[in-house]
Design a protein around this ligand. Structure first.
Ligand SMILES: Nc1ncnc2c1ncn2[C@@H]1O[C@H](COP(=O)(O)OP(=O)(O)OP(=O)(O)O)[C@@H](O)[C@H]1O
Ligand SMILES: O=P(O)(O)OC[C@H]1O[C@H](OP(=O)(O)OP(=O)(O)O)[C@H](O)[C@@H]1O
Ligand SMILES: [Mg+2]
Length: 287
């Protein structure tokens, strides 16, 4: 009997593809074939990659045709299938928002009562309207939603936004956020024990890759009598490593730090006497 493989559905083409494949690569998974074949295996890990339309992936996961998928959380919510989100991935961050033509009066969701709203996400929008107690007419269109108010098809839109530049170019103003989304790993309720074990291994790798993403390894030389002042500034993983330098009176201090935190303390580190500061990327971080 052949050993089981975890079947991973990824988007065939579009915004999620590159980062999904990159993530698998960073997890040490080398995929053999190109995506022209719609199905590829890895040489060094028991997985099979299925290249599918993003919007079809929740159904495939529910049916157990794919064991897991990398998709936007927004698609999980919109498709409303029996799938479990098992890991947030931190890329493809966007929000599903309501927008109206610039300059038009908007006093909160109630302004949408009786209005026509164009969207590719009718289920998520309807849930939002129900929560807010609003009755509006939903026009489902599959793309170029932002053009709808300009051509008289709708009074407002509900679409994905990240930079806001598509809204701006179409003379629209973001009003209310319906939901926030990022790429996630969603798993099938039908996954068997053997494939669940492979998934657990994969998720362990994914977590190690993600943990390292926004962290940096920080090294610097510090006058030994200033070491405790410097280490008090550092939120290390456990505690910083302090090593003596060959030069008398100096120590080398090492720690792991969130990149955004580093910029907050750099001036204090330098004033305290830290020199030769190095910030080095971390490839993986095993938690
Ligand atoms: N502007 C954006 N910025 C960041 N993430 C986005 C943006 N637009 C979409 N996304 C995310 O990427 C996912 C895929 O979007 P994309 O436009 O590539 O495919 P699609 O047209 O929704 O689906 P299909 O593959 O079925 O054609 C979306 O579900 C959403 O989670
Ligand atoms: O806020 P922004 O950064 O401008 O991004 C928002 C746009 O991105 C998405 O479209 P996409 O480019 O994926 O095109 P599509 O409609 O063909 O999917 C979304 O539907 C918006 O139109
Ligand atoms: Mg899109």
């Amino acid at each position: 009997m052949s050993t089981p493989k975890l079947r991973i559905a990824v988007q065939k083409s579009g915004r999620l593809l590159d980062e999904s494949i990159q993530l698998l690569k960073e997890c040490g998974i080398r995929i053999d074939n190109g995506r022209d074949q719609l199905k590829a295996s890895a040489r060094n890990f028991p997985v099979e990659v299925l290249y599918l339309r993003n919007s079809d992936i929740p159904q495939y996961i529910q049916d157990g045709v794919a064991d897991i998928g990398i998709i936007g959380e927004n698609t999980v919510i919109e498709k409303n299938k029996d799938v479990r989100v098992v890991q947030q991935l931190g890329f493809s961050k966007c929000r599903l928002s309501l927008a109206t033509p610039k300059g038009e009066q908007y006093d909160g969701p109630k302004s949408l009562n009786g209005k026509r709203i164009a969207t590719s996400y009718p289920i998520s929008l309807q849930q939002f309207l129900d929560r807010e107690g609003i009755t509006a007419e939903i026009h489902e269109i599959s793309g170029s939603v932002e053009i709808a108010p300009n051509i008289g098809l709708a009074d407002a839109i509900c679409d994905l936004v990240s930079t806001g530049s598509t809204l701006f170019k179409n003379g629209l103003e973001e009003q209310d956020i319906v939901l926030k989304s990022e790429a996630v790993v969603a798993a099938s309720p039908k996954i068997d024990a053997e494939r669940q074990a492979i998934l657990d291994k994969l998720l362990f790798r994914v977590k190690s890759v993600l943990a390292a993403k926004n962290k940096k390894y920080l090294l610097m030389n510090v006058p030994t009598d200033k070491v405790s002042e410097v280490t008090n500034l550092l939120p290390g993983m456990r505690s910083p490593t302090v090593l003596p330098l060959v030069e008398e009176g100096w120590s080398s201090v090492h720690t792991v730090i969130a990149e955004d935190k580093f910029w907050d303390i750099i001036d204090q580190l330098r004033t305290t006497g830290a020199e030769g500061i190095l910030i080095v990327p971390i490839d993986k971080m095993i938690l």
